[in-house]
Design a protein around this ligand. Structure first.
Ligand code: PCA
Length: 206
């Protein structure tokens, strides 16, 4: 059976949960569209995140890679189109790194397109009744770092044929329930809805 590596980030920025990690735990071990889903937890730390993906790719030899992160404030599931060669962290990562306008890879190209079928993934989710869209920026924090870094890693390892990319997801309802005032007013999506969306999304893979 083919293998899908799906990764979820640890909590960051003062949160005690990351919806990405909660989601990938639910998907771990499932068989969807002929793929065995293999889940891994990723630290929100510059380069350590990339080391974790590199080891997982070496260990699992996946046929596709989907990296998942939280995009607090976004209302739907967003499939990222592009990763760019810059680290410009508005808040420090979980080890205190806060690069300003530094490259992810010094001699890398300025950007990589995600190699997943992003339009089909979005269409499948919408057909399943789950709000989803293409996003044209994964930001300049650890998520973009890992998206760009993974695509660069695959390209330079002769593995560019492995479809890979990044999906951002909203906050969980539980995260808003513990906040007060205006900070509790962000859009949320529950984990059951996320699982339904990702199941439809994975059906879009070849
Ligand atoms: N979201 C952050 C990093 C980890 C995560 O889940 C981001 O969007 O960069």
């Amino acid at each position: 059976m083919k293998k899908l590596l799906i990764t979820g980030f640890q909590p960051f920025g003062g949160e005690t949960v990351n919806p990405a990690l909660e989601l990938v735990k639910q998907l771990a071990g499932k068989n969807i569209n002929g793929y065995e889903v293999v889940a891994r937890e990723i630290p929100v730390v510059r380069y350590e995140a990339l080391d974790a993906v590199r080891s997982a790719v070496d260990e699992i030899s996946p046929d596709a890679v989907i990296i998942v992160g939280q995009a607090g404030g976004r209302p739907d599931i967003t499939v990222e189109r592009i990763g760019i060669d810059v680290d410009d962290f508005r808040i420090p990562d979980n080890k205190g790194n806060q690069p300003v306008d530094e490259p992810v890879a010094k001699d890398g190209p300025i950007a990589y397109w995600a190699t997943l079928p992003i339009k089909k993934m979005v269409a499948n989710m919408k057909a399943a009744g789950i709000p989803a869209s293409v996003s044209n920026s994964a930001g300049t924090y650890v998520c973009n770092h890992l998206l760009y870094g993974t695509l660069h890693l695959l390209a330079t390892a002769g593995k560019a044929h492995i479809p890979a990319g990044f999906v951002h997801i909203p906050y969980l309802p539980e995260q808003m329930a513990v906040r007060k005032g205006i900070e509790s007013q962000y859009p949320t999506m529950g984990v059951e809805t996320l699982v339904k969306g990702f199941t439809a999304m994975i059906e879009a893979l070849d």
